[in-house]
Design a protein around this ligand. Sequence first.
Ligand code: ADP
Length: 173
Amino acid sequence: MKSFKIVLGDITKVKTDAIVNAANTTLLGGGGVDGAIHRAAGPELLEECRKLNGCPTGEAKMTKGYRLPAKYVIHTPGPVWQGGGHHEAELLENSYQNSLRLAESKGLRTVAFPSISTGVYHFPLDAAARIAVRTICTFLETSDSVQEVWMVCFDERTKQAYEKAATEWKSIS
Ligand code: ADP
């Protein structure tokens, strides 16, 4: 039975096959969840990331998880919010979709996401949550390998936004 779970917590502590990093296009680390993941994984993560030559917004690349409980890290730069007229919604959907496709192509079973782009990239939370829930739940309907997806929310406000989006999604799908 496939499942989508929304939890409150720290993604660096989560023991799924892969955790997703809300990276930037350099893939060389930054603040927020990106910094936390690099600190918890150790310097080997940055070493592997250096070899990837960055990643365009909305695409995804995978590394090992090193000292993290998760086996792999899927790095995806979400869009920076620029008012909504710069394909931000489509790019955010691409980040979720391409991360899930990559997990599926590697035969992974469990994947955990942070709330991509809603921190320093300022994507409006409710809209981001709707895009994430729709993309993840639609993907799970047809995935073979990926069975379980978690949204790991770092604060209560974020968790509530994803729960609301999930309730709305269930009522329309
Ligand atoms: P972005 O640049 O994509 O906006 P941020 O890291 O600034 O990324 O924020 C994305 C989300 O990740 C925010 O909701 C932030 O509170 C959250 N976050 C920060 N640290 C962690 C963590 N250790 N685990 C899970 N989520 C985290």
